[in-house]
Ligand binder design. Structure first.
Ligand code: GDP
Ligand code: MG
Length: 265
């Protein structure tokens, strides 16, 4: 049967609305004194994401080096910056970024990516992460523990620590499909973030340090989020700044947080 005029109008408007419903991508870059790497990271994102509708949201966590001057001078078209006047730690920087992204997203189906701004997370993985979210996942983790993943240039004791954390979290707080609880490179569906902020508000991330990644994941998983991992190649050999992770503090804080989550199921 040939479509009638009204039917045709309906079909055309449906197609048009589908077109405008193309999900937007918001990339959050927490940055604290990353003068060596921030501009390169953001610049590479600008090149790699040219096919997407995207925004880059830098959360400057009270940097005291020249990273912000360099970023301003680069005047990259998709970059916006939120400043913390003082350093508040990775957890708060990520919370600020996620919250702003969830608010500025146009629709529930938009996708937020968080990655390090130290040039060790390749933006070429974003395309795969986005496709994996679109395939029906709420969180996609760039994982060091999937077939095909590689970790290049990380000191043996850091790798040992990450492996230990993965093992311990899997044993004590198992989440379906998750092996990498601590990597900072992830994609989140906006609807999930909005649900989580509606429940937790500013308490979504309470850990200030690196334990925040596991805290966030465990909380989001408890909303029934569908989670999936894709293998990543971590290029730690490309890191130009020194790591801001305090190993001993990260271990003690992670263990404390783990105990809390085991008690509150
Ligand atoms: N906002 C903020 N970001 C931080 C802080 N510490 C680290 N970061 C950022 O978080 C990311 C991870 O830190 P990084 O030093 O790369 O840790 P590593 O890669 O695990 O050695 C980087 O993009 C840092 O700039 C902090 O206190 N505040
Ligand atoms: Mg890093």
């Amino acid at each position: 049967m040939l479509p009638t005029a009204t039917r045709l109008d309906e079909v055309l408007s449906m197609l048009a609305s589908k077109h405008t419903a193309v999900p937007e991508l918001i990339v959050v870059l927490p940055a604290y004194n990353e003068s060596e790497a921030l501009v390169s990271t953001a610049w590479e994102l600008e090149q790699v994401l040219s096919e997407y509708t995207f925004r880059i949201l830098v959360v400057d966590d009270g940097s005291t080096d020249e990273s912000m001057e360099l970023l301003e001078r680069a005047s990259l078209p998709h970059v916006e910056v939120i400043h913390h006047p003082q350093n508040r730690g990775l957890g708060e920087a990520i919370e600020t970024g996620l919250k702003a992204a969830a608010e500025m997203a146009r629709q529930d189906g938009d996708i937020v990516i968080v990655m390090d701004s130290d040039f060790t997370h390749t933006p070429y993985l974003i395309d795969r992460m986005v496709r994996t979210v679109r395939a029906g996942n709420d969180i996609v983790i760039a994982s060091r523990y999937r077939y095909g993943a590689q970790v290049i240039g990380l000191e043996w004791h850091r790798e040992f620590l990450s492996n230990g954390a993965s093992w311990l979290f899997r044993m004590l707080v198992p989440i379906k499909n998750v092996k990498d609880y601590t990597c900072g490179y992830r994609a989140y569906r906006v609807s999930l973030l909005r649900k989580a902020f509606a429940k937790y508000g500013d308490e979504l991330i309470t850990e200030t340090g690196f334990a925040c990644m596991a805290e966030l994941l465990i909380k989001l998983a408890r909303f029934g989020a569908i989670i999936c991992e894709v293998p990543m190649v971590l290029r730690y050999d490309k890191k130009r700044s020194t790591s801001k992770m305090n190993i001993l503090r990260t271990i003690t804080k992670s263990l404390r947080m783990l105990t809390k989550f085991m008690l509150i199921r």
